[in-house]
Design a protein around this ligand. Structure first.
Ligand SMILES: N[C@@H](CCC(=O)N[C@@H](CS)C(=O)NCC(=O)O)C(=O)O
Length: 228
């Protein structure tokens, strides 16, 4: 059975897994699974991933959820010497990479999710000041990380960059990075998006995601005001 990757192009977390698959040159069966339509809620997928999220990697007799876990797994399983910089063996470098991945999982992506959930739920007509301030605050933390190293976790590109560029991609479509305030972040983001996989996967997927959210917010706002 070929390995299946359940994904949606607009999903930041799915994009991270898709880019690692692309970088490693893996010929997986990449299947669309739309979380907005709850296509991940089938009994088969629920059993494999009780979190009911994408991406989900399915090898038939083994499955794995969470983009960060998937990235590490694929790198450890298929990484060749030319990919070593993406997930170096040095414990301190790994320590920093893991911290940045947890930062994405625990802080950055949830700030995106706090906009996504009420928008898809039909409740959010426009972003609140608090949501915007939280996103700008996350940009400022990333600017600090980029003052420590050339990339997010190291002076070479690592999986932390691949993970974080997807969250920032969608966030930037909602709250554009202010280049004057966050010059290092803007430069890093442009560099990441200029890679082959950035151009092919992250740029169009982020645009689709942010534009879809903005359109839905406008629709929610219209619905809310028309009910008054
Ligand atoms: N920590 C998870 C988060 C995955 C996640 O929340 N994915 C979203 C799509 S961007 C999803 O599937 N949401 C559906 C839901 O939460 O019910 C990861 O990195 O894979």
């Amino acid at each position: 059975m070929p390995t299946i990757l359940y994904k949606a192009d607009a999903s930041p977390t799915a994009r991270a897994a898709m880019m690692i698959v692309d970088i490693l040159g893996l010929n997986f069966d990449q299947r669309d699974c739309n979380p907005v339509l709850r296509e991940q809620d089938t009994p088969e997928l629920k059993k494999k991933n009780p979190m009911r999220t994408i991406p989900l990697l399915d090898e038939g007799d083994y499955w794995l959820a969470d983009s960060h876990a998937i990235m590490i797994y694929l790198l450890e399983k298929y990484g060749k010497p030319e990919h070593a910089h993406l997930y170096p063996k040095d414990p301190r470098k790994r320590g920093t990479i893991h911290q940045r991945l947890f930062f994405d999982c625990g802080i950055l992506f949830p700030r995106m999710r706090s906009v996504m959930a009420p928008t898809y739920g039909g409740r959010l007509g426009e972003m609140t000041k608090h949501m915007i301030a939280n996103i700008v605050d996350a940009y400022s933390k990333l600017e600090d990380y980029l003052s420590e190293h050339k990339y997010i976790a190291d002076d070479e590109m690592t999986i932390a960059d691949i993970s974080i560029m997807t969250s920032v991609g969608s966030l930037n479509g909602l709250v554009p990075i202010d280049e004057k305030r966050f010059p290092k972040l803007k430069k890093w983001f442009d560099t990441m998006n200029a890679t082959d996989y950035g151009k092919k996967i992250n740029v169009p997927g982020s645009e689709q995601h942010a534009e879809g959210l903005k359109a839905l917010m406008a629709f929610n706002k219209y619905n809310q005001t028309s009910k008054l």
